[in-house]
Ligand binder design. Structure first.
Ligand code: ZN
Length: 372
């Protein structure tokens, strides 16, 4: 099937009942969305955001493509959202995550699509960040009867597997009480994401970087009784964009984990909800294969950062004088309409929207929103 030829249509046009009210989805609604992705053979773009501009661009792209979407924040993305001027960085990471979530809770419904609110890699040092967000999340849950975030990610892939799983179980126990989900990482995603992540050296023996089915089975057995979870699996994926040929994706590795859990527990096909990290710069065919093996979320950051920056560069280049003088020194023309941040930031937002339109087509999520 050529996904790019899929014409976005509303569920109602296809005679399917609308399922979920538009806006931030959590708990059972989030689980229903994950099930819809798996059953429909598509995945959602999970886009790292750092500001209201990037958040709004993600929601705009989702609305334009009639696609549900995942907005996520890394620890430093959340800190940036709060403002780099705040001197207590650790506190700002929590404040920014809360402020960003509230912005999205308030606006998402107006875009007419479902938005999953997620956070990105939290390694051992960042557990206090997750716990800080949960403190705030519990207050929010008490007031609103729903969690602030749909899911948090815990990445303890650099720790021994016993420690990784027991910490995930401990935090999921706390999160499940608020109908939250957790994303865990088994195996190490290469490259670095905002200071968190493993080494990437393609010349080395990278077998230890691939997710081991036995570890996934242990995670499944330990976490399933506690709550809903997804697994960031490593199959040669790396964060960032590298010279073509340097990254060798092996999506078939995902199948081994799915098959082992299915066989041991008599589940249906693809029982695990898998997450594809380092989606930027990936070959379209490998993305389609990964979805076939149960990937329902693909993280994208590097490509959308570039898509946000590129049109600004072009705009400044084309209107260079307006970024040096308020008034044209030659003929006295005011340049306000060029340097007004709304002008060039809008270019940036549209660049990001266009890149996400491509992502929605690649992942098959265009036209598939279950909001209604
Ligand atoms: Zn990642």
């Amino acid at each position: 099937m050529c996904r790019s030829e899929f014409r976005p249509r509303r569920r109602s046009e296809r005679g399917e009942p609308a399922k979920i009210a538009p806006g931030v989805v959590t708990g059972k609604d989030y689980q229903a969305l994950v099930s819809a992705c798996k059953a429909g053979g598509y995945a959602l773009p999970a886009v790292n955001a750092t500001s209201t501009h990037t958040v709004n661009a993600v929601m705009e792209a989702a609305a334009e493509n009639n696609s549900d979407i995942i907005v996520q924040f890394s620890n430093s993305g959340a800190q940036f959202f709060a403002g780099k001027g705040l001197s207590d960085g650790a506190k700002a990471k929590v404040l920014g995550a809360v402020a960003a979530a509230q912005h999205i809770h308030y606006l998402a419904g107006h875009y007419g699509i479902c938005v999953v609110l997620h956070t990105d890699h939290a390694n051992k040092k960042l557990i206090p960040w997750v716990e800080g967000m949960l403190d705030e999340g519990e207050k929010y849950y008490e007031q609103h009867g729903r969690p602030l975030y749909s899911s948090h990610m815990l990445d303890l892939s650099a720790e021994p597997i016993d420690e990784n799983l027991s910490e995930c179980a401990r935090l999921l126990t706390r999160m499940a009480k608020m109908d939250m989900s957790i994303e865990i990482e088994l195996g190490v995603t290469g490259g670095e994401e905002d200071g968190v992540g493993g080494e990437f050296d393609d010349s080395a023996d990278n077998s230890h970087l691939y997710t081991q089915p036995e570890d996934v089975l242990r995670a499944y057995e330990m976490l399933t009784p506690i709550g809903h979870f997804s697994v960031a699996a490593s199959f040669g994926n790396v964060h960032g964009v590298y010279k073509p040929g340097n990254v060798k994706l092996r999506p078939e590795i995902l199948k081994n984990s799915q098959d082992l859990v299915e066989e041991k527990h008599g589940t249906g096909k693809n029982p695990l909800h898998l997450v594809f990290h380092g989606g930027s710069g990936s070959e379209k065919q490998k993305i389609a294969q990964a979805i076939e093996f149960g990937v329902m979320k693909m993280n994208i950051d590097t490509d959308t950062q570039f898509a946000f920056a590129k049109p600004v560069g072009q705009f400044v280049e084309e209107n260079a004088k307006a970024f040096k003088f308020q008034i044209d020194p030659d003929d006295g023309t005011p340049f306000k309409r060029f340097y007004d941040p709304r002008k060039w930031l809008r270019e940036a937002e549209r660049g990001m929207v266009d890149r996400l339109t491509e992502a929605c087509a690649d992942l098959g999520s265009a036209g598939r929103s279950i909001a209604g």
